[in-house]
Design a binder for this molecule. Structure first.
Ligand code: AGP
Length: 606
């Protein structure tokens, strides 16, 4: 996902632009660039590779301009290169823009521009926008605002745009559709950025731009309009966290900080959600749904959020007679699911910007299904697309590997499932579950005390090429999540299997010293998993067993015992151990913990 920063006001623009791009590095990128504008010229500088390469190119020169925009690009159309990096400009270099998103109809628009004798320097979809604006501005004689009102409705797909022109050297035009863009302001001027951490060192006064809005930022004013030109009211808020919350707080990586933040994140997420004997999800009352008519429930998400959904779907299947399904969003959107107003679709996304999940939401909304969103990012695109939206209050999750978002999704989904069950059949959450939810933050603090032990055990993994995770029932989705954590930050091949499925093929992979991480926390079926483990031990595997304090085991060299709580909540405990395994293994391998290769924090492309 690309990163954008922009400033216009009394200060030199470049320092804000560059520090903001640094704060947005977590979004993943492969090139970077800036445009600075004043009444003399449009200065453009861009470079492939890390932000440091751009800084080197800019060093040694003074840039007094007080208006400009910056961009970090995560390639979608056109290989990562200096030529394809943003900003992109018109032929005369009098209009310049940066873009985050995908223009899906760019090829047809490009054909139109080629017929008008426009030439393209890059392979990007973005470049067509600046030429379309050039055409309206210079050939149709429109001002930039009117040119935008003409061009933006023609773009299908997603975009967050910042446009600067030489004729208005103190103005930034900002436009948003589906990709995030947040405005900021202080006494020195006006700011914009793809995410709040870029703004927070300068201001806590922020306003997420809404879809189909244009903002005009000048030195001392901000105006907001619809694409049709209608003026929009501005709803400014105080950023829900300060810059420290988005920084490392002394941890050596965002991921470790976020692993340790989970007790607080869970506590914040459950704030106001629990009474003595029940869960509180009053948002459900806003849903236009007759619960006794409810026929189907779909849980839909990607990656880690999908694993959280698998746990929630399993819980709902155990508690109700409803038809409950769980799909990755990339399957749901093309799977022609049966949808109507008697269906409830629950979408989960940390960023609220994942392209597949957003497309899945659109499909459900078009079919008049009732939709619930669970997101972590305030003002994110998805948060405004579903009928109701619940927030995991995990705070900014900067590390690409999702940790606190997952555990807060699990607890919030747990509350949601219980609240839905109550509306369907009047059943109340059992008091034991409520008490366990209340106690979770303290329990997770206790589980984190295993850190040192896990660090030692991680040595078993760090020199391996393959590691296998196994589990049954509620232990299986969290085994999937544990394998995703390990593979995405340590680059070790890791797979998760139903324990009972090992003998149907995967056990062929087990050889001497193969590491198997077995999750067996459910007393009534633990013995079955333990016999599966014996099968791997007979073939020379090294087993690390995660089990609970009520399950007797013997003969295992490495056993980690967790406190027995409701099975639906056990994944919250288990995953802490698996996150620490992934973290310590990746550290031992010298991997980039927060920005793993090939990955982006939010996947805004298909
Ligand atoms: C998880 O560690 C990964 N970073 C990735 O699988 C992520 O969970 C997935 O891309 C979904 O992101 P979202 O929750 O922001 O939609």
């Amino acid at each position: 996902m690309c990163g954008i920063t922009g400033y216009t006001g009394k200060m030199e623009a470049l320092p804000f632009i560059m520090q903001g791009l640094e704060k947005l590095e977590y979004r993943g990128y492969d090139s970077a660039g800036v445009t600075l504008v004043d009444d003399k010229k449009m200065f453009i500088c861009k470079e492939s590779g890390r932000l440091s390469a751009l800084s080197t190119k800019l060093s040694g020169q003074h840039h007094p301009q007080t208006c400009g925009v910056g961009h970090t690009r995560w390639a979608t159309h056109g290989i990562p290169s200096q030529l394809n990096s943003h900003p992109h400009s018109n032929q005369a270099k009098t209009i310049c823009l940066v873009h985050n998103g995908i223009i899906e109809n760019y090829l047809s628009l490009k054909q139109e521009l080629l017929k008008k004798d426009y030439h393209f320097r890059s392979q990007t979809d973005t470049e067509i926008i600046v030429h379309l604006l050039d055409d309206q501005y210079y050939h149709e004689g429109l001002n930039m605002f009117d040119a935008l009102k003409k061009v933006l409705p023609r773009l299908s797909g997603s975009f967050a745009l910042c446009i600067v022109t030489k004729d208005e050297p103190d103005t930034i035009y900002v436009a948003k559709k589906e990709s995030p863009m947040i405005l900021g302001r202080n006494s020195s001027g006006c700011f914009c950025a793809s995410d709040a951490p870029a703004l927070l060192p300068y201001t806590k006064k922020i306003m997420p731009l809404k879809d189909n809005e244009i903002a005009i930022l000048r030195k001392d004013s901000i105006e907001v309009f619809g694409f049709d030109g209608s003026e929009k009211t501005q709803e400014w808020i105080d950023a829900p966290y300060d810059i420290k919350a988005a920084q490392r707080d002394g941890y050596d990586s965002f991921m470790l900080k976020e692993i340790y933040e989970q007790p607080r994140a869970i506590k914040e997420t459950l704030r106001g959600r629990l009474t003595e004997d029940d869960v509180v999800v009053d948002e459900l009352d806003e849903l236009d749904l007759d619960w006794k008519d409810l026929k189907r429930v779909y849980f839909v998400a990607c990656g880690t959020a999908y694993h959280a959904c698998l746990s929630a779907a399993m819980q709902m299947q155990h508690l109700t007679s409803l038809n409950v399904y769980c799909f990755p969003a990339s399957e749901f959107r093309y799977g022609e699911p049966y949808l109507d107003k008697k269906c409830l679709c629950i979408f989960v996304s940390q960023s609220g910007e994942t392209a597949d999940t957003i497309a899945a939401v659109k499909l459900a909304v078009q079919a008049k299904a009732r939709t619930i969103g669970i997101v972590n990012v305030l003002g994110s695109s998805m948060s405004r697309m579903t009928d109701i939206c619940l927030y995991t209050c995990a705070g900014p999750e900067i590390s690409v590997a999702s940790t606190k978002a997952y555990t807060t999704q699990l607890v919030l989904l747990n509350c949601l499932v219980l609240a839905i069950c109550k509306r369907i059949d009047g059943s109340k959450a059992d008091r034991k579950m409520i008490a366990e939810l209340k106690n979770l933050p303290d329990l997770i603090r206790d589980v984190l005390k295993y850190d040192e032990q896990i660090k030692k055990l991680a040595k078993l993994l760090s020199d391996k090429n393959d590691v296998y995770f196994i589990g049954r029932q509620h232990d299986y989705p969290v085994a999937l999540e544990g394998s995703l954590k390990l593979k995405e930050i340590s680059y070790i091949h890791a797979d998760a299997y139903y324990a009972g499925e090992l003998k149907h093929g995967p056990i062929a992979l087990i050889e001497k010293d193969t590491v198997v991480i077995a999750v067996a926390t459910e007393a009534k079926i633990a013995a079955k998993t333990i016999s599966n483990i014996q099968e791997t031990l007979a073939r020379g595997s090294k087993v690390i067993l995660l089990t609970s304090d009520q399950i007797e085991t013997e003969g295992f060299e490495h056993v980690i015992r967790l406190k027995t709580i409701s099975q639906a909540l056990m994944p919250v405990e288990i995953i802490i151990i698996l996150q620490l395994f992934a973290y310590h293994t990746a550290v031992m391998k010298g991997c980039d913990i927060d920005k793993p290769r090939n990955l982006a924090k939010s996947v805004t492309v298909e």
